[in-house]
Design a protein around this ligand. Structure first.
Ligand SMILES: Cc1cc2nc3c(=O)[nH]c(=O)nc-3n(C[C@H](O)[C@H](O)[C@H](O)COP(=O)(O)OP(=O)(O)OC[C@H]3O[C@@H](n4cnc5c(N)ncnc54)[C@H](O)[C@@H]3O)c2cc1C
Length: 295
């Protein structure tokens, strides 16, 4: 007979947590804020033999996994840092305002107070709000297990939707990236179903830096909820590079971003809606990153 049975482990250290996850590989998962895990468990339940429970490994009491720091131009965010902490962090507001915007747009005040950036990233939902912002910032992820740590580009963390590429026993400890220079513009624009509790239908994160003559010397465009895997859109970014971003150039880049999205996903029933909608939010994100609010 199979019954729903859960075990709950609360390790005190990363090594303990990682060893436990390895020992129970396939039958244990990390829980941080629980806002994704608990919804999933309620929806799907857990079925397993009575004497072999599915374990939730609560990492919330492990010290050193929370907070935002900045050192030598590098911003580090602990995996357990909540969305509200990130949105309110002066370091993030100054050095990565698009990430502050992304975290401020997550769910409701309760979800932002409980949900963590580590959970948002490791849940690997195509609609996760922090992921496009982190991709546009070229963030890296630090993973730890009993044998040590490894750092990888954030984009290498994702496989299929809702699947991360961490190895058994690995725990995300932080994400980090270079702070944006003061003159660099950025934006996160989200299109949701409703004002509150809206999981993004699609979003766009953009970073634009210009030289003294006003020409674009750095451009990053990262869509959310549009591609099977998080990525930037280099063909659209290339339209901006070395150019003065006037109306024609911005419109062409937004058009190319939408066309690139369709090339990568193929034409689907939703393309008729998604293509022009993504073009519009990309255009808005680009103008916002250029300092023009085109709401
Ligand atoms: C009503 C509602 C509204 C929501 N709205 C939004 C929204 O607008 N935008 C959005 O992006 N998300 C939204 N979410 C999803 C969710 O709140 C976020 O993804 C949140 O950041 C998850 O963080 P958590 O700490 O609760 O993760 P958990 O639920 O604890 O974990 C999520 C997943 O990540 C894994 N995990 C967590 N931390 C680590 C770690 N450090 N190392 C390894 N694996 C880890 C867990 O094993 C699990 O698979 C919403 C959820 C709800 C219930």
């Amino acid at each position: 007979m199979t019954t729903a049975r859960l075990g709950y482990a609360v390790p005190d250290t990363l090594t303990e947590a990682s060893a436990f996850l390895r020992e129970h590989a396939g039958r244990a998962e990390v829980v941080a804020g629980g806002t994704d895990v608990l919804v999933r468990l309620r929806r799907r339940g857990w079925r397993g033999p009575d004497d072999d429970p599915h374990w939730l490994v609560d990492i919330s009491r492990i010290p050193g996994l929370s907070g935002v720091t900045s050192d030598c131009g590098v911003i580090r965010i602990g995996a357990l840092t909540t969305h509200v902490e990130i949105a309110r962090s002066p370091i993030i507001q100054k050095g990565a305002p698009l990430l502050a915007e992304a975290c401020a747009s997550v769910g409701s005040p309760q979800i932002r107070a409980r949900g963590t950036i580590g959970g948002n990233v490791m849940n690997a939902s195509p609609a996760a709000d922090t992921i496009p912002a982190l991709v546009a910032l070229s963030a890296r992820a630090r993973l730890s297990d009993v044998s040590g740590t490894r750092d990888i580009p954030i984009t290498d963390l994702f496989g299929e939707p809702y699947e991360n590429r961490a190895l058994p026993g690995e725990i995300l400890t932080e994400v980090y990236f270079d702070a944006l220079p003061p003159a660099c513009g950025c934006a996160f624009v989200k299109l949701g179903r409703r004002e509150a509790l809206a999981i993004a239908r699609m979003s766009c994160a953009a970073v634009i830096e210009r030289d003294r003559a006003g020409r674009v010397e750095r451009a990053a465009i990262a869509p959310g909820a549009c591609l099977p895997m998080p990525a930037r859109l280099p063909s659209a970014e290339a339209i901006l590079l070395d150019r003065l971003p006037d109306e024609r150039v911005v419109a062409a880049a937004a058009r190319e971003a939408a066309e690139e999205m369709v090339r990568r996903t193929g034409v689907r029933w939703s393309t008729e809606y998604k293509e022009p909608a993504f073009e519009a939010i990309t255009r808005r994100a680009l103008w916002k990153a250029l300092g023009v609010d085109a709401e």
